[in-house]
Write a protein of this length. Structure first.
Length: 328
């Protein structure tokens, strides 16, 4: 998955190549390479690229795939058709991990992957409204059955709520100015498509910032998408659920594309890998050793070959963790 970019391209130009696919397989291999059945959770299935690599690489892996987007599930199901006896695909939001596992008949996980953000497939479907480079309805729902759209946020939120969304989820310096401009314009006519919003953002953000701060719509579109899909709240619930479901030796890898996601992952991983012994003691107290260890040093980034193959991988940060003990 990727964050919304400002360069349109044809769907399939890069074959929806899974970002850092080889590295993800390497990170998860110790948990999945076995003569016995192993359960892999693809918490963000998308077009199924990473799951395909897992199925190809580990003949005894079973894939439980989750995506909230019905069209993504159809594409993934077709892509993985030759592995039909080893896949269980579910339309759900990934914080519903426990319910999905129950439905799949699995009680524990050997490995899991979170590939966060909006997928290349969703970006390339212009009518979904995720990309700001083309004029499209202001939708941004990952699940078309969800009630809230980006247009609803723009047309109904108060000035304070809209400014909060833009500031908290887009880290937008000019959130208040943009919110004021939106309220003025929506009084004339409700927002329905992205081009009008992009034009407003060009006018609201100072020229000096536009010259140095990237595309002026990037932060606002990110903020609206996160609000519409409750992405950060879902991640805060889903990550602990996946970690709690891991067997000893099990691994979780997370691919983040912006700092807000990565901050949540980094914090959760730090908590899980830190001893609970009071600081300053000469020895660690029994039962206080961490149950997890980090298997990446900081956040790994794509190498030059990856960037050449899949330019949309540029912002990705990869972190991975392993369960080394299970108490209780």
């Amino acid at each position: 998955m990727v964050d919304a970019g400002d360069e349109p391209r044809r769907s399939g130009e890069f074959g929806h190549v899974p970002v850092m696919g080889t590295r993800i397989v390497e990170l998860l291999a110790p948990a999945l390479d076995s003569d016995e059945t192993r359960v892999f959770l693809d918490a963000t299935l998308g077009a199924g690229g990473h799951s395909q690599l897992i199925l190809e690489s580990f003949p005894n892996a079973l894939v439980v795939g989750i995506d909230r987007d019905a069209s993504a599930l159809e594409i993934a199901r077709a892509r993985l058709a030759s592995y039909a006896d080893r896949i269980s695909l579910h339309q759900a939001t990934f914080h519903e991990i426990r319910a999905v596992m129950d439905e799949a008949g699995e009680s524990a996980l050997d490995a899991a992957l979170f590939d966060l953000g909006v997928s290349s497939m969703q970006l390339d479907q212009a009518g979904r409204g995720f990309a700001y480079a083309v004029d499209a309805p202001l939708d941004m729902r990952m699940n078309a059955d969800d009630p809230l759209t980006a247009a609803d946020v723009l047309n109904t939120y108060s000035h304070g709520d809209l400014a909060r969304v833009l500031s908290d989820y887009g880290e937008e310096r000019f959130a208040g100015r943009i919110a004021s401009a939106v309220l003025r314009e929506r009084d004339k006519e409700p927002f329905t498509t992205s081009a009008r919003l992009v034009e407003l953002l060009y006018d609201a953000i100072p020229a000096a910032t536009r010259r140095t701060g990237g595309h002026p719509a990037k932060r606002t579109f990110q903020a609206l998408r996160i609000e519409v899909n409750h992405e950060l709240d879902v991640l805060r619930e889903a990550l602990p659920a996946a970690l709690d479901s891991l067997v000893v030796g099990g691994r979780v890898a997370v691919m983040s594309y912006q700092s807000l996601e990565d901050r949540i992952v980094k914090r959760e991983f730090a908590t899980r890998t830190t001893s609970t012994s009071p600081p300053g003691l000469p020895v660690e107290l029994p039962g206080t050793a961490p149950e997890f260890r980090l298997i990446t040093r900081g956040a790994e980034r794509p190498d030059e070959n990856e960037l050449d193959t899949n330019p949309r991988s540029a912002p990705v940060r990869v972190r991975a963790i392993e369960r080394v003990e299970k108490k209780g």
